[in-house]
Write a protein that binds this ligand. Sequence first.
Ligand SMILES: O=C(O)CCC(=O)C(=O)O
Ligand SMILES: [Fe+2]
Length: 358
Amino acid sequence: MPARLSIVDLSDIEARKQDISRQLLEAATGSGFFYVTGHGISKEEVEEQFANGRRFIDLHEATKAPTKFVPDLFMGWRGRQDTNAAVGNDSWEQYLVGVNDHYMDAHNLWQPERILPGFRTSALAFAAKANAVAASILSCFEEALKLPAGFFQEHLDLQASDARTLFGWNYYPAPKPGSGQARQLRLLPHADTDVITLLFQRPGEPGLEILPGKDADAHAADDPSGKDATRLNGAWTGGLPRGIWTRMDPLEGAITVNIGNMLMRLSDGLLLSTYHRVRAPLPEEQPADRNTMVLFVHGRGHAVMQGPRKVYPAQTVAEMIAANGNGYEKVKQDKEWQQQAMTFLPHTSSRPAAIEAV
Ligand SMILES: O=C(O)CCC(=O)C(=O)O
Ligand SMILES: [Fe+2]
């Protein structure tokens, strides 16, 4: 099996469901990360939404401050001061919105219309489109995972009063010349807490890397601090080299998809939530900004994320978010780990031999 990252074409998913389900399952049981094309979201829509998010990021700090992050909900704005406290450097800023207006309004986490006209409508419309892509990917997994038919449709309902799915923007400014940031990470290694993540990356702004063979379970079980990233489990890596940070670069027209801890639990460990990180541009790369958009598919707060074989403890979506936020929250108090993890060695980063359709 060659070392490769998989691309799955989702076009005509209703007519080709069986075929696509097989391909998705093969892609997902490998490294836990794959690309999808034929998803029906145009390049223009994606760029428009990047621009929408940038309108927020470019606001004055004092204007953004009232929409500050609420940890239990995992919604709101984290400025570079906050991400500095969370991950140990100041090269990252994030704004996450709930697809559920109820939580957002209760905490005043939207900017007023007069400051960002049309922002909310545009963001929610895009999040709903992305969620539809997520829902069709997940419906392909139901049968294979022996979950009741319609399980995801029920739990991913964005209109539900306890819907906890998040959409948002990550902004990593270009490293300042001479700052040494080229040898730093922009985001620490972590595994996502959600069901699946849809990540929109822009060509020309690389940095995402995955660690095949190191999943959230291996992290939690044998290395709670996560300090030793080389401790791995024995899981299948889809032919990618085990324990080597592998570049998951932006791919024109594709959405990057990864399995989160909730789907790992729902699948009783068949699908793995793989460790990933974001590094700053290398000295030989363009010292560009990095802009990404994420859909963290969580589903409804009361949904129990446990598979039919009950391999993992029964915990609800709300409990899992409150306990762990996203994975990087877990290590934020550990200064020694931060220092160790932030130092980036370029030779630890490798390109996959191929990116190809399964
Ligand atoms: O911005 C990226 O490329 C990755 C973001 C990520 O992993 C996260 O927000 O969980
Ligand atoms: Fe992540």
